[in-house]
Design a protein around this ligand. Sequence first.
Ligand code: THU
Length: 131
Amino acid sequence: MNNKELLKLAEEARKNAYAPYSNFHVGAALLTKSGKVFTGCNVECASYGGTNCAERTAIFKAISEGEREFEKIAISSDNKGETYPCGICRQVILEFGRNIKVVVGESDGEYKEISIEELIPCGFTGADINK
Ligand code: THU
């Protein structure tokens, strides 16, 4: 599974976004170390705080299916070019590994790959608890 293929799956997942309030559709595709892909979309809620981002939908789907080892996550939104994960999603991605790669861009165009550690430098993790 290469980055463009993963981005393509994120673009497909974006079509399922439930975003009646922002009208901003996001899709994500998470590649596990075992080679499986879990996709996700944003799911909004009239009580806005209940909204879940595409990235966390994909991660929570994977965790609930017993997968915890992740290689990379691709993200696609309605915007042209790159859409990087929000702060909450960065923290949740970091929870599962400093080396997870984030792929942003378009399957039929330019894309960038960056590690979650670069996106959340000096991040707080479980290793910081009870030091
Ligand atoms: N959103 C995501 O799904 N992922 C991001 O990384 C950024 C924001 C969603 C949340 C909300 O449904 C909409 O985009 C506008 O913030």
